[in-house]
Design a binder for this molecule. Structure first.
Ligand SMILES: [Zn+2]
Length: 253
């Protein structure tokens, strides 16, 4: 059994959410949904309140940079105290889609990092084509957490690990055109958590077949991590689950 540390579940993506979730729980023991815009935050809190083993992280994604007011952040801080919330995220910087808004993204990111620091809750970081600025921002705050959808270089991975972060590994590690497997083989399994980022990024060999990703496909990610690191599947599960329980304090939730 695995912990899916990062995915998105919404009525907009799945016809029958309850059926998807029932199926997923044959493979995973805990699911952490990420709500990262106003509707997503509400919906993910709703879903988690109805399912014992579903938790949420909430926070404003960099693509929400034009939609978030200071009042929204005050409200976010209140919602972060909900029992089902295990972290703040995904938050960060995305210079792929939103590169013309770097300064406002950094402001939104830092405001949320300061909330995480104040509440002492883990952060889930989205960083795309923005490694240097992400690291600079993180170093200004006393925060810990997960680098979601890590796909950087070996050196970047080591730097995040030295800063006390875990690396979230998802379907990209299985892609035939990705070198992430090689990088994970060098990084080892000790500082990893597993995630599907569903409904996106379905693992190979399901990619391109019109199938929507969900938490149950995490076993294909775990298998690949086991293969490239030479660690048994059982130990990959043990180590990544333990990391997930520790960082999100799941034993006390
Ligand atoms: Zn995500």
């Amino acid at each position: 059994m695995f912990v899916d540390t990062h995915c998105h579940i919404s009525k907009d993506d799945y016809e029958d959410i309850d059926k998807i979730i029932d199926d997923d729980f044959k493979v995973v023991e805990k699911i952490i949904i990420s709500g990262c815009d106003k509707d997503g935050i509400k919906e993910s809190l709703d879903i988690a309140s109805n399912h014992e083993n579903i938790y949420v992280t909430i926070g404003y994604h960099p693509d929400q940079v034009d939609n978030v007011t200071d009042d929204d952040l005050v409200e976010l801080e209140k919602l972060l105290k909900n029992d089902k919330v295990v972290g703040l995220g995904e938050i960060g910087l995305d210079y792929h889609y939103e590169k013309d808004k770097r300064d406002s993204q950094i402001k939104l990111f830092e405001k949320q990092l300061s909330i995480a620091e104040r509440l002492n809750i883990p952060v889930v970081i989205h960083s795309r084509e923005a490694t240097k600025d992400t690291i600079d921002c993180l170093k200004k705050y006393n925060v810990h957490g997960v680098i979601h959808a890590f796909s950087g270089s070996y050196e970047t991975g080591i730097e995040y690990i030295k800063m006390g972060f875990l690396l979230g590994i998802g379907g990209v590690v299985t892609f035939t055109n990705s070198n992430l497997g090689e990088i994970v083989s060098k990084l080892g399994v000790d500082h990893l958590v597993l995630e599907t980022d569903s409904p996106y990024l379905i693992p190979h060999p399901f990619r391109g077949r019109g199938i929507k990703n969900s938490s149950k496909y995490i076993s294909f990610i775990a298998n690949k991590v086991s293969e490239v690191t030479n660690v048994s599947l059982e130990d990959v599960s043990l180590i990544t689950n333990r990391n997930a329980y520790d960082v999100f304090d799941l034993n006390n939730k």
